[in-house]
Design a protein around this ligand. Structure first.
Ligand code: IVH
Length: 685
């Protein structure tokens, strides 16, 4: 067999094994055999770049490149569902449907409401061509590259399936509890902030700019809605059964029912049983099954009349509030935390709950000694949702309460209303509240210990100086021992204990001196200057001295730098403590300007242009072209829209891309033309 045929054969086989493993949970080969086939395919594909296929199983491992997401308008709006927590409203729904159908018999499909984020998948000729997030319902983000790494989503459908040439299928991307727990454990060990719940984790992951991160995080997907002309059945349930045959993961817990009683039985069963599912669910979705009946019921402005979501009640417990303390986080945000009498809630004992911020606290109007309701919502830390409804007090009790409240405080706790602090409980600085933010912050980032620690942790983090031999615990320890007071002290550190561990620490601190300027600028921790802003400033000004000198006007004229960032940069360099910190870093040999090579290679030739890369190239890899585009001020985007400036096209550009570009009148530029343009620029500089 020739190599091309072998590649095609391996792709097909691996797709099937993927399906058996991830969807059917019924693998027929061992992991080792699977890896073996995968390696063979990888090797052959490296040998034959002309046979590149974005839908090859090898692409599931993702790439390390940044994907910028393109906004895509949904072919049909992604509606949301009417929600209820209330059984009467479920009965009302049933009644409305029955009346809407003028008494005709109907069936309802009961499904679990998966708690992730919705996704729309488009298939053409049995191939996944696009995956888009819900966004605002009208348009969403094109996250195809990331979705390709989700192993339960088929990239290629079986050849002989009775699926339409073009169709859309919608569903939910989720992070199973197992992946979620593993991820949070890793993050805890790395000192990174934890995800509050699997939904946030799934959403953060799917929007990740790095598809290899997505590949590692173990996302999953359930599909629950098939759309398009020519879909096989006239019932929703039947269509999902068909989709299951084509290789989609469809929940095995859907049920068709004929009566309202059956609906309630389904709700009751899953309200308890959902605790044993591998993924998070937050309710049940009811859908009229017949597509013809769905059509005749129609939709309202926001949601279909033929479906409704019943949401499970979050578990609550009642206990007594004993004390409120104020915690200062590493960003300086001050959080009120309630200490309460211990109480059992959703499987664990709870004694602390967050009160979020000053506004939430004021609206709860709590007093020490109040009976309160605690709930474990999606967050890690339980929250107080209100006062417990007290039984109507007897006149005697009422009188006693009144007398008590008019007395001066007795004992150790004052029963007055609790108010928010106006000074930092750690360092005493006056707290500030930034416009549009709910939290109060301690502004003393060079003098308040939790903030100092936060800044050092940021400084050593992977995307900053990447001093990976140090973790947050070690940093805390060094700080407590008085070995370091700020990040610059790291460069004079003598690790306690020395030895091989110490050598490793010193080596990675020393290596960080080579970290490029743009990351140093990010690492020093100017408030609101994230990775992208740091890159932009570094490229624009070229050195820290130029950034430090920059005026408000100069900063504001840069694409991507707004007033908030500009102000923050000015403030940062106006503070002598920060300037001294930067000078110390310079004296230790950190990069304070962009490299020679970068300086020469850079231009603004493609400034403001959105460029789509498509096809197979001769002179550079796709990744290299992406880097070149960015180096010259352009932006690489995923799919063609009216906003696209041009398509950088190699061989075998996809026919649908070509057609779309031509329809929108967008220029198709060859590799050679592109290289002439950017090289020409270099010559002129
Ligand atoms: S059907 C027109 N089915 O709940 C019907 N949605 O507000 C569209 N969801 O955005 C949705 N499980 O993200 C449907 N079995 C299920 C679902 C489900 C979860 C989510 C979905 C949607 C939201 C409804």
């Amino acid at each position: 067999m020739d190599e091309k045929a072998r590649i095609l054969q391996l792709r097909e086989e691996l797709h099937q094994h993927n399906f058996r493993y991830y969807v059917e949970n019924n693998p027929v080969i061992s992991d080792q055999e699977f890896d073996f086939l995968m390696h063979e395919l990888q090797d052959l594909e490296t040998k034959h770049p002309e046979l590149f296929d974005a839908n090859s199983p090898t692409q599931r491992v993702g790439s390390d490149l940044n994907n910028e997401f393109e906004t895509v308008v949904h072919s049909r709006p992604m509606l949301s569902l009417g929600n209820t927590y209330n059984r009467e409203e479920v009965a009302d729904f049933w009644q409305r449907v029955s009346e809407g159908l003028m008494g005709a018999p109907f069936q309802v499909c009961c499904e679990l409401k998966f708690d992730g984020l919705s996704i729309s998948l488009h298939y053409e000729d049995g191939r996944l061509v696009r995956a888009v997030t819900r966004g605002d319902g009208v348009q969403g983000d094109d996250v195809t590259a990331n979705v390709r790494t989700i192993r339960s989503i088929p990239l290629l459908l079986p050849k002989d399936g009775d699926y339409p040439r073009q169709f859309e299928i919608r569903g939910e991307v989720l992070m199973p509890w197992k992946s979620f727990d593993r991820l949070n454990k890793e993050r805890e060990e790395a000192g990174e902030p934890l995800f509050a719940n699997p939904r946030n984790a799934a959403s953060g992951t799917l929007k990740s700019k790095n598809s290899s991160t997505v590949a590692q995080r173990g996302l999953d997907a359930y599909l629950y809605y098939l759309l398009g002309d020519g879909i096989p059945g006239d019932g929703h349930y039947q269509n999902l059964e068909a989709a299951k045959k084509w290789g989609f993961q469809v929940s095995e817990h859907m049920r068709l029912v004929n009566t309202l009683d059956e609906v309630f039985a389904y709700i009751d069963y899953w309200d308890k049983e959902r605790r044993n599912l591998p993924v998070a669910t937050d309710g049940v979705v009811l859908k009229v099954n017949s597509l013809a009946q769905q059509k005749s019921l129609g939709i309202t402005a926001k949601s279909p009349r033929w479906a409704i979501a019943y949401k499970f009640q979050a578990e609550q417990a009642e206990t007594t509030l004993r004390q409120v303390v104020f915690q200062v986080g590493r960003t300086g945000a001050v959080t009120p935390v309630a200490n309460m009498d211990p109480v059992q809630l959703a499987g664990t004992q709870v004694r602390r709950a967050t009160l979020h911020n000053a506004d939430v606290m004021a609206s709860l109007d709590l007093h020490i000694g109040d009976r309160v309701l605690v709930e474990k919502g999606g967050e890690i830390i339980p929250k107080i949702v209100g006062k417990a409804p007290s039984p109507d007090p007897s006149p005697e009790e009422e009188g006693r309460k009144l007398r008590q409240e008019s007395l001066p405080p007795r004992g150790e706790v004052w029963r007055g209303a609790i108010s928010f602090v106006d000074r930092c409980p750690v360092c005493g600085s006056k707290l500030v509240r930034y416009e549009g933010e709910a939290a109060h912050y301690c502004p003393n980032d060079t003098g308040c210990p939790p903030l100092i620690l936060g800044r050092i942790e940021h400084f050593i983090s992977r995307k900053a100086m990447n001093i990976n031999s140090l973790g947050p615990e070690t940093v805390d320890e060094y700080y407590r021992q008085g070995l370091i007071h700020d990040a610059a002290d790291l460069y004079e550190l003598l690790p306690p204990g020395g030895g091989r561990e110490g050598d490793k620490v010193l080596a990675s601190i020393s290596e960080s001196k080579q970290v490029p300027f743009e990351r140093v600028l990010y690492a020093i921790g100017i408030r609101f200057v994230g990775e992208i802003a740091a890159k932009t400033l570094a490229r624009y000004y070229g050195s820290i001295d130029k950034v430090a000198e920059a005026s408000m006007e100069s900063l504001m004229q840069i694409n991507g730098i707004g007033e908030v960032i500009a102000k923050s940069v000015i403030e940062y360099f106006a503070n002598p403590i920060n300037r001294a910190f930067v000078e110390r870093l310079r004296s230790y040999g950190l990069q304070m300007e962009i490299g020679e090579q970068q300086k020469q290679a850079q231009s603004d030739k493609l400034d403001g242009q959105s460029i789509v890369i498509s096809g197979v190239f001769q002179h550079h890899s796709r990744d290299e072209y992406k880097a070149l585009i960015e180096q010259h001020g352009g932006k690489n985007v995923g799919s063609i829209s009216a906003k696209t400036s041009f398509v950088l096209a190699g061989d075998n550009i996809g026919p649908s891309k070509l057609e779309k570009a031509q329809k929108l009148g967008i220029r198709i530029m060859s590799e050679d033309e592109f290289l002439i343009i950017i090289q020409g620029e270099k010559g002129q500089n």
